[in-house]
Design a protein around this ligand. Sequence first.
Ligand SMILES: *[C@@H]1O[C@H](CO)[C@@H](O)[C@H](O)[C@H]1NC(C)=O
Ligand SMILES: *[C@@H]1O[C@H](CO)[C@@H](O)[C@H](O)[C@H]1NC(C)=O
Ligand SMILES: *[C@@H]1O[C@H](CO)[C@@H](O)[C@H](O)[C@H]1NC(C)=O
Ligand SMILES: *[C@@H]1O[C@H](CO)[C@@H](O)[C@H](O)[C@H]1NC(C)=O
Ligand SMILES: *[C@@H]1O[C@H](CO)[C@@H](O)[C@H](O)[C@H]1NC(C)=O
Ligand SMILES: *[C@@H]1O[C@H](CO)[C@@H](O)[C@H](O)[C@H]1NC(C)=O
Length: 269
Amino acid sequence: MFRYLLFFCLISYGYSRLPSGYSDFYARHKLYYLSSIFVHYLNLTGAFEDCFNKYEFFGFFDLPCDMFNQNPQNITCMGYLMASVDDEAIIIVFMPTMSDLELHQEEYFYNMTMPFPGGGTVAKFWYNGFLILWNGGLRDAFFTAKNKYPNYELWVTGGSMGGCLASNAAAYISQMGFMDKSQIKMVSFGQTRVGDAVFAERYPNLVPYAYRIWYNNAMNEGDSYIECDEGESQNCSDQIPKNEWTWDDHKTYFNATGYICIKGNGSKI
Ligand SMILES: *[C@@H]1O[C@H](CO)[C@@H](O)[C@H](O)[C@H]1NC(C)=O
Ligand SMILES: *[C@@H]1O[C@H](CO)[C@@H](O)[C@H](O)[C@H]1NC(C)=O
Ligand SMILES: *[C@@H]1O[C@H](CO)[C@@H](O)[C@H](O)[C@H]1NC(C)=O
Ligand SMILES: *[C@@H]1O[C@H](CO)[C@@H](O)[C@H](O)[C@H]1NC(C)=O
Ligand SMILES: *[C@@H]1O[C@H](CO)[C@@H](O)[C@H](O)[C@H]1NC(C)=O
Ligand SMILES: *[C@@H]1O[C@H](CO)[C@@H](O)[C@H](O)[C@H]1NC(C)=O
């Protein structure tokens, strides 16, 4: 019985799906562009035209997410939801930090935490921010898209703060059973650590398609990278001394080739 089901899954969905491991092409030419830090977040239509032959947009959400002030204008969380018909994917993208005030709240109150459903503890700012977006329209957009495209997989992505929101979102959707974990892909760029060791240990089970990837080079097309499966591994970026860290490493991925979106076959490479 089990074999039958497995076989059915392979023939019905397998052919157009991504490979099970990390794909440079997929990260570079699809997701980084969609989540690109500091890029055209007000010109989504233009971005979608660059990336997809056929897509459907479900909503952009921009809501205050200050942890202390109920009526703020300056600290907001943003994300959008769309579906790529080409890629057979529902895509949720979260935006990065937009102001110094917001950055201050993320950094200064990093010590504030919340329990994550099912176990583990996460930093409050991003989890709270995700919940505000989720309850403020993203959930409805997600279920509208999922009802229309029930066989599509889910991609969740974002850069910097957007990556923190993305990692919370993918884990939450998996934990709540809103999407089978085998159908979820989470790719974040320059994400801060969002949870404690218990949360980190649960993560591969909640979201199997989420890898720590390290390129010890300029991230040009064809450059090598390693997958770091061990948390905080000295074999990976942890080996770089703090005095060599630069903001440019956080802001720029794929040495600008990530700003080239490629239509059509992203899900097949
Ligand atoms: C939006 O993006 C598209 C595609 O990149 C570009 O052609 C267009 O000029 C942009 N529009 C605006 C108003 O920036
Ligand atoms: C917060 O945003 C409001 C409205 O956009 C602006 O007038 C005010 O100066 C901002 N406050 C700070 C501290 O940046
Ligand atoms: C978190 O850190 C801030 C700033 O250092 C401090 O004011 C606050 O009391 C701390 N909160 C907790 C819960 O430790
Ligand atoms: C980044 O790409 C540009 C344009 O292709 C190239 O000229 C430059 O050498 C690359 N930077 C590095 C550090 O490889
Ligand atoms: C880290 O590198 C060392 C030396 O190359 C190797 O022996 C070890 O297996 C590596 N650890 C992991 C988790 O890859
Ligand atoms: C995918 O599309 C790109 C750009 O058109 C092309 O270079 C590449 O060969 C294609 N790959 C496959 C597997 O179709």
